[in-house]
Write a protein that binds this ligand. Structure first.
Ligand SMILES: NC(=O)c1ccc[n+]([C@@H]2O[C@H](COP(=O)([O-])OP(=O)(O)OC[C@H]3O[C@@H](n4cnc5c(N)ncnc54)[C@H](OP(=O)(O)O)[C@@H]3O)[C@@H](O)[C@H]2O)c1
Length: 262
């Protein structure tokens, strides 16, 4: 099989696939001929992304599903199996990153962030790994963050959740090592998405800066002095799903313009 064809017909689930990084990942797999299920809580962006994929001649299945609710993931699993078959490539991308100082943060925010970023990843791994192990092939790609490895202030819940996602990635890589399934994390820096825009807006409000100035500060935190495009993260996900990455597991690869070097 040629490199161009190896992802053709692969069944991919991208959580949070309706916008931002998830949408770029869904498109990147679809243009390689993979069958892509996209999930999220909001129907309209999922359907728009699916229409875009279908317009390019690809196969897409938009499904509303909250990753904090295991029964909803079970229902999505059944829908994907009926439409395409068992999931072979799981991209745990759904996430949230509200900024808050630790002393001001309500318990509810901590619980919500851990529930989406960590428990959502856990539930999806728990539900989709068995069919990958049974098939003796699979890929789990967790979209973590550079704050899985380092810390920034006002991100205690987010940073804790992403450190934990990295811990889970490493343990699962070890447990799956002889099963044909690889488990890796991608650690982006600041990416040009709604998430980054929202955090820049918040910073602008708090500091009296302009939105462009706040975005400029995010960009300046990277040695390349720029934000990362969602497509750059997506291309790494495609690479990790390829045959060339058979020997890559338990890794956490930064896409951050050189901001973090561990
Ligand atoms: N942007 C960055 O700079 C950056 C940097 C490092 C890592 N990341 C990580 O990359 C991932 C994607 O981020 P992004 O920048 O693309 O963010 P985004 O534009 O805010 O998109 C987040 C996606 O997650 C979905 N989502 C949120 N809560 C969910 C839930 N409970 N159940 C199901 N889906 C849910 C959203 O859809 P609904 O709201 O419709 O549910 C949306 O599709 C996240 O894990 C984030 O932590 C982002």
């Amino acid at each position: 099989m040629s490199e161009a064809d190896e992802l053709k017909g692969r069944i991919v689930l991208v959580t949070g696939g309706g916008r931002g990084i998830g949408r770029a990942i869904a498109l990147a797999f679809a243009t390689r001929g993979s069958y892509v299920a996209l999930t999220g809580r909001t129907q309209a962006p999922l359907e728009a992304a699916a229409r875009e994929i279908q317009g390019l001649g690809g196969k897409a299945l938009p499904l509303t599903c909250d990753v904090t609710k295991k029964p909803e993931i079970e229902a999505a699993k059944n829908a994907i199996r009926n439409e395409f078959g068992p999931v072979q490539i799981l991209v745990n991308n759904a996430g949230m990153a509200p900024a808050a100082g630790f002393l001001d943060m309500p318990d509810s925010l901590w619980e919500e962030v851990l529930s989406v970023n960590l428990n959502g990843t856990y539930y999806c791994c728990k539900l989709f790994l068995p069919e990958m192990v049974a098939a003796k092939w699979g890929r789990v790609i967790n979209i973590a963050s550079i704050v899985a490895k380092v810390a920034y202030p006002h991100t205690s819940a987010y940073t804790t959740s992403k450190h934990a996602v990295l811990g889970l990635t490493r343990v699962l890589a070890l447990e799956m090592a002889r099963s044909g399934v690889t488990v890796n994390a991608i650690c982006p820096g600041y990416v040009e998405t709604e998430m980054t825009l929202n955090n820049a807006r918040l910073m602008a409000q708090k500091t009296g800066k302009k939105l462009e100035e706040a975005l400029g500060l995010f960009a300046a935190s990277s040695p390349q002095k720029r934000l990362i495009a969602p497509e750059e993260v997506a291309e790494l996900a495609v690479m990790l799903a390829s045959k060339a990455a058979d020997g890559i597991t338990g890794q956490a690869i930064n896409v951050d313009g050189g901001a973090v070097m561990v």
